[in-house]
Write a protein of this length. Sequence first.
Length: 160
Amino acid sequence: MTAQPRPVEKSNTVDPNTPDSFEVRYEGGVFGMSGKEKGTLKFDEANERVVFYRADKKEMFGIAYDSMLTIYPDSKESVPQAGKVISALPLPGAGLANLMSKDTKYAIMSFEDTEIGQRPTVSFRFENKKELLAFINKLGVKSKMTQRGDAYYRPKKAVF
């Protein structure tokens, strides 16, 4: 017996005020594109894809809407390097610096890369949750994916 997730209320609409580009940091995941890179994610309506441009405005890669499999938000909480250094100092109360924490927001996308026959997972770091959720919603709707909570996925095709 498998668990049946409870259906979640679906919006399937895009706020008209949602921008067409988002300042992000590419964290990795695309075959042949190593290293972290600041840049811009833009919606390319004419070619039905989302494109990542490096800070120098050169296209790094694009992902077609119809190749998208999943897209969902994620976050990680960590102590900044300054907090780690201060907490190691032999001063009264320095250990409280470990309480400084930073919550980092990510968009995690998996897609079908037919060129290499793989399903990579790529991640982008966003500055705030509002932009992250706006991006995910817009991409999910444009990719004609199914919504589950804040995430979108492409259902498996039935094989008969």
